[in-house]
Design a protein around this ligand. Structure first.
Ligand code: RB5
Length: 148
């Protein structure tokens, strides 16, 4: 039985880190769905953000998106209704993104953080649950106020 299911996506800048994280997740018993890219050949991050976010929404599972800065991926992902993508550079941010903001997509900047920190952030993100309560109302407000 897989420990969990995670959708992974990256552009060329994020590809090497995606491979490392995918291997580490497999080692931990996670099942990964990798929507690409599959090489360091230059490509367009919105394409992979789109593929990953569609699967996150369909399967109701977490996603991890990686590009050079994490910015393009997070901007692209947050265009999708139902996606709450958080660009995290610290474990604290990852815990808050899950605990307070119910983020369903973690974005990482492969040119900003190293592999060890990236993995610590992934573990913090996947290991933290949404706290609900007062935070649930605020997350709902993101949708109701954000669409007006
Ligand atoms: C690619 O050079 C780079 O622009 C991309 O990976 C990302 O950082 C964009 O936000």
């Amino acid at each position: 039985m897989a420990q969990g299911y995670v959708v992974l996506g990256a552009d060329h800048a994020g590809y090497p880190l995606k491979e490392r994280i995918s291997a580490a997740l497999h080692e931990q018993g996670y099942e990964c769905e990798d929507v690409g890219t599959h090489s360091t050949e230059s490509c367009d991050y919105p394409e992979f953000a789109s593929r990953a976010c569609r699967r996150v929404l369909e399967r109701e599972v977490p996603g991890i998106l990686i590009c050079g800065s994490g910015l393009g991926m997070s901007m692209s992902a947050n265009r999708f209704s139902g996606i709450r993508a958080a660009l995290c550079g610290t474990e604290y941010a990852a815990k808050m993104a899950r605990g307070h903001n119910d983020a369903n997509v973690l974005c990482l900047g492969a040119r900003i953080i190293g592999e060890d920190l990236a993995w610590a952030i992934v573990e913090a993100f996947l290991g933290t649950g949404f706290q609900g309560g007062r935070h649930a109302k605020r997350v709902e407000l993101m949708d109701s106020l954000g669409s007006s």
